[in-house]
Design a protein around this ligand. Sequence first.
Ligand code: NAD
Length: 255
Amino acid sequence: MGLMSGKKGVIFGVANDKSIAWGVAQQLHAAGAEIAYTYLNEALEKRVRPLAESLGATIILPCDVQNEEEMVAVFSELEKQWGKIDFVVHAIAFANREDLKRPFSQTSQDGFRLALDVSAYSLVSMTRCALPVLQEGGSIVTMSYLGAVRTVPAYNVMGVAKAALESSVRYLAAELGEKGIRVNAVSAGPIKTLAAAGIADFKKKLNVAEERAPLKRLISQDEVGKSALYLLSDLSSGVTGEIHYVDGGFSIAAG
Ligand code: NAD
C-alpha cells in the first residue's frame, strides 16, 4: 500500500516533462494516487495528454484559470466521475516577459493585474471551486519562490504575486481548517522550466543558488515532488498555512 493509495486528486500546471507539476505527478503516482490533469490550451494538450496517459490518467481537461467556468467544469467532471477528491495541486504562474524585464517601477497596470490574477488569485478561485468536491482531510498545495519574501533581481512583479499567493495560503488555511482542509505552499529553489525561461538572467540564479545553498547543489523537480507528496499525504496531517522551502537551504543562506 502506497502513501496515497485510494486517494484521488487533480494537478493544474503540467506543461511538459520539465514542469514542477510533472515532478509532483510522478511522486504522487508512485505513491498510489489516482490523478486528473488539466492543460492550458490545445498546443499544450499535445504535450500534456501523452504524459498524463503514460501514468494511466483518464481525466485530462482544459482549464485556463482566468476562466472560472472552465474551472467549475473541471471540478464538476471530477465529482461526476469520482465523487469526492482528496487533493489539489496548483502549479501555475504567469507574467508578461516585458514586465519582468523592465525596472519594477515600470510594471504596467495590465501586467500587474495579469500576473496577480493568474499567479495568486487563481489559488483563491480554484479553492472555492474545489470546496464542494474536497473531502474532509483534503489537502491543497501551491508553488512559491523566495522572491515572495526577499527582493530577487528580475523577479519583480512575480515576487509581488508570490507574496500575495503566500498570504492567500495563510488566509485559506485559517478559513478551511475547521473543515479539516489544509493549504500549504512549497517554495522551490530555481529549476529550469518553461516559466523560468521568462526570468532574465535565470542562469545566474541557478549559479548563485548552487554556490550559496548549504547543500551546495541545485534541487530537482523530484525533490519538489517529494515535499509536495508529504504535504498532500496524511504524513503532514497537522501542517497547514506553511511555506515549505525546498531550496537546498538557499533561503537561510542567501544573505
Ligand atoms: P511551467 O512553465 O512548467 O509551469 C507553469 C504552468 O502554468 C504551465 O503549465 C502553464 O500552462 C500554466 N499556466 C500559465 N498560465 C495559465 C493559465 N492562465 N491557466 C492555466 N494554467 C496556466 O513552469 P514551472 O517552473 O514548473 O512553474 C510551476 C510553478 O512553480 C509556478 O507557480 C512557478 O512560479 C513555481 N516555481 C517555479 C520555480 C522555478 O525555478 N522553475 C521556482 C519556484 C516556484
